[in-house]
Design a protein around this ligand. Structure first.
Ligand code: ADP
Ligand code: MG
Length: 750
C-alpha cells in the first residue's frame, strides 16, 4: 500500500482490494478523485435532533444517543425449543426515542448498559407505533462512567473506530467527535460507513492538489482552493466550510460542462451553412402578403432574428419557446420559405405521426396555390409539401423519397425517427423540429450531416414547454433562445377548475352537463383519459379501496349511453392504426364528432378552433407541464376555453395541491418550475440527456442554476482566449474526465 496518493491514484492502491472493487461496482469509482469528488448525501450533526420527517421506513438511519432503558425477554425459536434472549434498548436521540433490538442478545446488557452513549446504524422500521432498529451496528462513544478512551463497536463501525484511533494517534480529531458526520449514499451493499472509511483513508494519503483554475477566477468567484475543498467537503468543521467546499466542487463540474458545451458551439459554428438571404420577390414575400392576420410584434421580432441567422453562412442553432397557440407554426413557415427562396429544401419534424399529418395539412392549407408546385394552376415558383410517415404504402413512400432526393419536394414533413435515419436530401437548408424540448445533442449532431457539399443545415427547435434557463443552458447550451411571449389576438385565457369526483360526485355530473351545453352552442369537447382500457394496467381492481383509473374505451361506452347520450362521441387512442387515428381526428376537426374521448395522443400541436372544453380524467396522473399542454388544445379559435381536471384525490393530498396550482395560473414558466421541483431530474431531461449530463456527479441542473450561470460566464471567457484549452491542460483534463474522449474531441480539433 502506498502512503501517498494523488487524485489519479487507483483506489486499489490505497484501500483493501475487496472494498476498492466494491466501490467500483457500486458507484463506478476507480480513482481517489472519483471518490473525493462525490459529496456526502447529507451530514449528521452531533447534538442535533433527528429530523422526524427525514425518517423513512426501510432506509438506513444512524442514531446517536444515550441508552435510557433496557429490558429483556426470552423467547423460543420457531425451529426448536432453544431459549433465546431478546434485549430491547430505548435510545434517546435529541428527544426522539428509538427501540434498538438485539436478538440472542446475551452479552449486550453488559456491553451497552443504561447510561452508555452510542451510535447505532441500521434499518429503520416501526413496531407497534414505535421507531425500531433491529440488530444495528453500534459504536460506543462513552460509557456510563464517561469517555472510554477507546472506541468499541461492531461491524463497519468497529473498522472505522480503528481508523479513528489512527487519526487520533497522528494528532487528528476523532472521527466520531466531529460536529458534522458525513452520510454517504449506500448502494449495493457498500455502506455509508465504508465509504466514509475510504474517504478518510484517501484524504490521509492525498498530497496537496494543484488547483486547475487560474487564480484570477478563484479570486473573482471567491472560491475555496480545490485542495481545501476536497478535504472540507467531507470533513467540514463548520457550516460555512461545508457550503464553500460544496460550492467549489459544483463550480468545477459546472465549468467542465460549460467548457464542453462552449467548445462544441464554437466548433460547429466553424462549419459553413447555406446562406439564404431574404428575397423581395419569392415565396416568403408572397406568403407574407397573403397572411390572413397581422403578425404579432413578438412574431415579427423573432422572425427578424431567424431571418438574420438564415442569411449568414454559419448554421443557425435556435430554440423557439412559445406557449401553445402563440403562433410558432407561421413563424416556421416563413423561415422555411426564406430558405426555399434560396433554392434549398426544408424539413419539419414532429414527434408523432398524428402531428406530422396535421402539420402537412395545415402547411398545405396556409400555402394554398403556393404549395401546389408541379400541379396545373400552381402559382409561379410554387413549392411542394411532402409527407413522409411510417404507415405510407411502399409505393407512396418510394415516390416521396424520390421527390426528396431529386429536389421536387421543397418542404418535407415527417416524424424525427423516420427522417433522421433513412432519408437523403437533394439540398437540405433548414431543419425545423416542432414540439420537442427533449431533442438532444446527439440527435442534433445527426442532422448536421444531412446537408449538401459539407454544408450544415440551419436548425430551428420549437417547444411549447417552457424550459427554465438553467436547463436551457445545459441541455441546450449550444442553442440561442428566442421567446414568443404574447398570444395572438383572439386567444382567450383558459379557465381551469378542479373537479374532486370522489369528494363531490355532483360536480362530475355537472361536468358532463357543461359538455352538453358547449356542444349545444356549436362547440366541441375533448375528454382525456390516462389509460386505454381495463387491461393495460396491472391490477384492474385494487383491494386498498382506491378507485381504478378511468379507461378511454370504457368511458366512451358509458358516456355515449349515459350522460352524453345523443351526442356524437368518438374514440381515439394509441392502439388504433394511424389511419383510424387520423379518421377520428379528422372527423372531430371537421365537426362530424361533438366529443372526442381519447388518451394523450392529442397532446401536442393539434388545432381545432371550435374545441372549447377539455375534461381530463384522473388528472393527478399527469405531469404539470402535460396538463398545461393539454388545456392548450382548447380556446384556440377566439372562443373562451374551459379545462376541467377530474380527480379522485383527496382534498388534503399533494396531488390536489398540484392540480390547484395548475388551475390557479396559466403562466407556463411558473408551472415549468413547479414541475421541476416535483420530478426527478432524469424525467425532466429525458432523451436530451447527453453523455455529458449523465456523467454529472454532484451538479443538479435543477437546483444549481446559479452556479451553472456563473460557470458559463467563465467558461466563455476562458474559451475566448484559449478555445482548445491548450494553456489550461488541467481544465481540459477535467472535461475529458467528465465525458470521455468521444465527447471532448471538439477541444482537440482546435
Ligand atoms: P403554436 O404552434 O405556437 O401552438 P400555432 O402556430 O398553431 O400555435 O397558432 C395557433 C393559432 O393561432 C393558429 O390557428 C394560427 O393560425 C393562429 N395565429 C398565429 N399567428 C396569429 C396572429 N398573428 N394573429 C392571429 N392568429 C394567429
Ligand atoms: Mg404548434
Amino acid at each position: 500500500m502506498t502512503t501517498f496518493a494523488t487524485t489519479d491514484t487507483p483506489l486499489a492502491e490505497i484501500l483493501d482490494a475487496d472494498l476498492a472493487l466494491r466501490l467500483g461496482t457500486a458507484f463506478g469509482h476507480r480513482t481517489v478523485g472519483d471518490l473525493l469528488h462525490t459529496l456526502p448525501r447529507r451530514f449528521r450533526r452531533q447534538g442535533q435532533r433527528v429530523d422526524r420527517k427525514s425518517l423513512v421506513e426501510g432506509e438506513r438511519v444512524t442514531v446517536i444517543g444515550r441508552v435510557e432503558r433496557l429490558s429483556s425477554s426470552t423467547y423460543t425459536t420457531k425451529k426448536g425449543s432453544r431459549q433465546r434472549q431478546r434485549v430491547t434498548l430505548v435510545v434517546n436521540d435529541g428527544g426522539i426515542e428509538f427501540e434498538v433490538v438485539f436478538f440472542a442478545g446475551w452479552g449486550i446488557k453488559n456491553i451497552l448498559p443504561v447510561g452508555t452513549e452510542a451510535m447505532f446504524d441500521g434499518t429503520l422500521s416501526t413496531f407497534r407505533g414505535k421507531l425500531n432498529i433491529k440488530h444495528p451496528e453500534f459504536l460506543i462513544l462513552a460509557t456510563a462512567a464517561g469517555r472510554s478512551g477507546e472506541l468499541k463497536g461492531s461491524g463497519n463501525l468497529a473498522a472505522l473506530a480503528e481508523l479513528s484511533a489512527k487519526v487520533e494517534a497522528e494528532g487528528g480529531e476523532s472521527l466520531f467527535g466531529r460536529r458534522f458526520l458525513p452520510v454517504y449514499a449506500s448502494r449495493e451493499g457498500v455502506t455509508s460507513w465504508e465509504v466514509f472509511g475510504a474517504v478518510v483513508t484517501a484524504l490521509r494519503a492525498l498530497i496537496p492538489v494543484v488547483d486547475p483554475l487560474d487564480q484570477s477566477v478563484i479570486d473573482a468567484v471567491s472560491l475555496m482552493s480545490l485542495d481545501d475543498a476536497l478535504h472540507k467537503a467531507h470533513m467540514p468543521s463548520s457550516q460555512e466550510e461545508m457550503d464553500a467546499a460544496g460550492y467549489r466542487l459544483r463550480f468545477d463540474e459546472a465549468l467542465a460542462l460549460q467548457l464542453l458545451l462552449g467548445a462544441r458551439r464554437r466548433f460547429f459554428s466553424r462549419d459553413p451553412a447555406p446562406p439564404s438571404p431574404v428575397r423581395g420577390d419569392g415565396l416568403r414575400a408572397a406568403m407574407w402578403s397573403r397572411l390572413p392576420f397581422a403578425l404579432t410584434a413578438g412574431q415579427q421580432s423573432v422572425l427578424e432574428d431567424i431571418s438574420a441567422d438564415l442569411t449568414r453562412d454559419q448554421p443557425m442553432n435556435r430554440l423557439l419557446q412559445g406557449e401553445v397557440g402563440s403562433g410558432k407554426t407561421v413563424v416556421a413557415l416563413l423561415a422555411m420559405l426564406q430558405v426555399l427562396d434560396a433554392g434549398r429544401q426544408c424539413v419539419m419534424l414532429a414527434p408523432t405521426e398524428v402531428l406530422a399529418v396535421q402539420h402537412h395539412r395545415s402547411l398545405t392549407a396556409m400555402l394554398g396555390d403556393l404549395g401546389e408546385g408541379g400541379r396545373l394552376g400552381a402559382a409561379e415558383g410554387a413549392t411542394r409539401v411532402v409527407l413522409l410517415t411510417g404507415s405510407m404504402s411502399t409505393a407512396a413512400r418510394r415516390q416521396a423519397l424520390l421527390d426528396i432526393v431529386t429536389g421536387e419536394a421543397g418542404i418535407i414533413v415527417g416524424t424525427h425517427a423516420l427522417i433522421q435515419d433513412s432519408v437523403d436530401f437533394f439540398d437540405l437548408g433548414l431543419v425545423v423540429v416542432d414540439e420537442q424540448h427533449r431533442f438532444g445533442v446527439r440527435q442534433r449532431d445527426r442532422l448536421r450531416t444531412k446537408g449538401r457539399d459539407g454544408l450544415v443545415p440551419h436548425l430551428l427547435v420549437m417547444t411549447a414547454t417552457p424550459i427554465p434557463r438553467t436547463i436551457a443552458m445545459t441541455v441546450f447550451g449550444d442553442l440561442e433562445v428566442s421567446e414568443l411571449g404574447e398570444l395572438p389576438g383572439g386567444r382567450r385565457p383558459i379557465s381551469t377548475s378542479v373537479v374532486p369526483a370522489r369528494e363531490k360526485p355532483r360536480w362530475l355530473e355537472r361536468t358532463w352537463e357543461r359538455v352538453r351545453e358547449e356542444v349545444a352552442a356549436g362547440h366541441r369537447a375533448y375528454v382525456v383519459c390516462a389509460r386505454i382500457d381495463g387491461d393495460d394496467d396491472k391490477p384492474a381492481a385494487k383491494d386498498d379501496g382506491s378507485i381504478p383509473l378511468t379507461a378511454a374505451v370504457d368511458l366512451h361506452h358509458s358516456l355515449s349511453t349515459g350522460p352524453l347520450a345523443g351526442l356524437r362521441v368518438g374514440l381515439m387512442h394509441g392502439r388504433l392504426s394511424p389511419e383510424e387515428k387520423d379518421t377520428a381526428m379528422t372527423a372531430f376537426a371537421a365537426g362530424r364528432l361533438d366529443v372526442l374521448v381519447s388518451t394523450t395522443v392529442i397532446e401536442v400541436g393539434v388545432d381545432v378552433p371550435e374545441a372549447t372544453v377539455i375534461v381530463v380524467m384522473d388528472a393527478e396522473r399527469f405531469g404539470v407541464s402535460q396538463l398545461h399542454q393539454l388545456r392548450g388544445r382548447v380556446g384556440r379559435g377566439g372562443l373562451s376555453g374551459l379545462c376541467l381536471l377530474v380527480t379522485n384525490s383527496r382534498f388534503d393530498s399533494r396531488a390536489m395541491d398540484r392540480l390547484n396550482a395548475v388551475a390557479s395560473t396559466t403562466d407556463g414558466f411558473v408551472l415549468a418550475q413547479l414541475d421541476l421541483t416535483q420530478r426527478r431530474e432524469g424525467d425532466v431531461l429525458g432523451d436530451a440527456q447527453s453523455g455529458a449530463l449523465s456523467a454529472l456527479r454532484i451538479l443538479s441542473v435543477v437546483e444549481d442554476g446559479a452556479v451553472i450561470g456563473i460557470a458559463r460566464q467563465y467558461a466563455e471567457q476562458i474559451l475566448d482566449s484559449d478555445p482548445g484549452l491548450h494553456a489550461h491542460p488541467a481544465l481540459a483534463e477535467r472535461v475529458f474526465r467528465l465525458v470521455g474522449s468521444e465527447e471532448s474531441a471538439y477541444l482537440e480539433r482546435y
